[in-house]
Write a protein of this length. Structure first.
Length: 232
């Protein structure tokens, strides 16, 4: 029996995120805790299958599946001189320092996600990259720029001196620069045990890793949906 520890993050743009705390990169959305939790077993199995497409040494070996809600967190807004900021979840497990194996696995997941992201957008015509979708904040090109900027921003939360994001009209150049930051800085988080607070939000190495892999995966799926909308 495999026990999966779940962290529930409520009120994320009106939804709940269920985080598989044992498997960074695995998460589900739901209208509430029950719906998000119900979707988790399928998501873990899909993650296992996705890993097996990339490596013959998958670290997800599921014999039976049981889940336990380890902790819940209610997202809340903070308003200060810089505007309104949404404070996201910090779980007790986020205090645990990362070991070498966890960081190496995270780097692999990040690399495979990035390959999937680029494979999905590099052949899209320019008009699709710049197409404005009703009800959407960004174009696909804007989402790519957002991914690059947020990756750099994550490491600045832990006190890393990150250079200003590449000021470029080419989102692919921006993604290349942010990927270099991730690949250079993530290995430095092995054993990193400091916790930083910014605008009432706590950040640790484990939280950074969790959100880094979530953010890229979330926007891969987002871009796929928008591209399909263009083609339909």
């Amino acid at each position: 029996m495999t026990l999966i520890q779940i962290g529930m993050e409520r009120n994320v743009e009106g939804r709940t995120i269920a985080w598989a705390l044992d498997y960074p990169g695995v998460f589900t959305y739901g209208a509430d805790d029950a719906e998000a939790l119900l979707r988790m077993p399928r998501q873990i199995l899909m993650f296992e299958s996705w890993l097996e497409l990339h490596t013959d040494q998958s670290w997800v070996q599921l014999e039976g599946l049981d889940m336990h809600i380890d902790e819940t967190f209610e997202v809340f807004p903070v308003e200060d001189d810089n505007g309104v900021y949404e404070v996201n979840a910090f779980f007790s497990s986020d205090l645990i320092p990362l070991n070498e194996e966890e960081v190496q696995r995270a780097l692999k997941i990040y690399k495979w996600q990035r390959e999937e992201l680029l494979a999905g957008v590099e052949t899209l015509p320019l008009e699709m990259l710049k197409h404005e979708f009703e009800g959407q904040r960004w174009t696909i090109e804007g989402i790519l720029e957002h991914i690059a900027r947020v990756e750099s921003w994550y490491f600045s939360r832990l006190g890393f001196e990150i250079p200003e994001p590449v000021n470029s009209s080419d989102p692919f150049q921006m993604l290349e620069a942010s990927a270099a930051i991730v690949n250079n800085c993530l290995p430095e988080l092995v054993g990193f045990d400091q916790v930083f607070e910014h605008r009432q939000e706590n950040w640790s190495a484990r939280k950074l890793m969790r959100r880094l892999l979530w953010h890229q995966r979330d926007h891969i799926d987002h871009i796929r949906d928008l591209a399909l909308r263009c083609l339909s």
